[in-house]
Design a protein around this ligand. Structure first.
Ligand SMILES: C[S@@+](CC[C@H](N)C(=O)[O-])C[C@H]1O[C@@H](n2cnc3c(N)ncnc32)[C@H](O)[C@@H]1O
Length: 259
């Protein structure tokens, strides 16, 4: 089996516009090797040809490398902390809020934020911006249909208020009030320009896949995108070791304020 990753990374950058050089190597290369073999080829040159010629192979490849696991109010206690910071610090400080959920996967995260806003009657300046590199996943997010395990952190009262069960009671559909509060758009954290003027940016469980220099440049871009006093909410395995270096003050282990 020949695995010429240098060739493949150049190829994916040129033809798929994805910068795999920024992702941690061991985990990514293992995943690429596995998905390549599952497609029935044994080298990356043939695999790139197959990706170009077969839409399904391309889709499977993109799906497999962009891990989409998510759920509503992921790490519930930390989300509760974030809600307290929104109510106790951000609302008194800014009044209305401009929020970005970056690398939002199938939308559970931005919809969780929209539920917090609606439940607490907090006005939002713009619709919550929800972005991801993976376009088909964003289409799924717009539909707002979820399985039981993805809504497991939601109490019955909130489920009843903001979701409807589908006909065979197996999936939960987000209500239009919540859907209307979120604007989904494609954005690559590594290659695209960052919008500015956010009071809060939620970017969780994605920087763990990147090499340190790519992760650090995301931190710097997020800092630039926030207004002074705005906050950055990271994932439960992504606490920032040296927040000051990036212009942040620690509010709690996973929540940082722009100084
Ligand atoms: C594990 S999910 C995290 C979802 C959600 N933030 C959460 O914490 O539950 C990681 C997401 O990052 C997205 N992603 C991967 N590389 C990205 C990039 N370069 N720019 C933007 N999103 C990216 C994937 O498509 C995937 O949806």
């Amino acid at each position: 089996m020949s695995l010429d990753f240098d060739y493949f990374y150049d190829w994916t950058y040129k033809y798929l516009n994805i910068n795999l050089n920024a992702y941690k190597e061991t985990q990514l290369q293992r995943r690429i090797g596995t998905i390549m073999k599952n497609s029935g080829v044994d080298n990356l040159r043939d695999y790139s040809k197959l990706i170009s010629s077969d839409e399904k192979v391309k889709r499977d490849f993109l799906n497999y490398i962009t891990i989409n696991v998510t759920e509503f109010f992921r790490n519930k206690e930390i989300f509760d902390e974030f809600e307290d910071i929104i109510k106790g610090i951000l609302v008194p400080r800014f009044g209305t809020l401009n929020i970005w959920s970056a690398a939002c996967s199938i939308g559970a995260e931005p919809y969780s934020l929209a539920i917090i806003m609606d439940k607490n009657k907090i006005p939002i300046k713009n619709k919550i911006l929800a972005t991801d590199i993976d376009e088909p996943i964003l289409n799924k997010a717009k539909q707002g249909i979820y399985k039981e395990n993805e809504v497991k952190n939601i109490g019955d009262d909130i489920l009843k208020k903001y979701f409807t069960l589908n006909r065979n009671d197996s999936e939960y559909i987000v209500n239009n009030t919540i859907k209307d509060m979120v604007n989904f758009r494609k954005h690559d954290l590594l290659l695209d320009r960052y919008e500015k003027g956010f009071n809060a940016i939620v970017c969780r469980n994605v920087t763990i896949y990147f090499k340190n220099d790519a992760r650090d440049s995301i931190y710097r871009n997020i800092h630039e995108s926030l207004v002074p006093g705005g906050v950055f909410f990271t994932g439960a395995t992504e606490s920032i070791y040296n927040p000051k270096e990036f212009g942040f003050k620690k509010l709690s282990t996973f929540i940082y304020e722009k100084i």
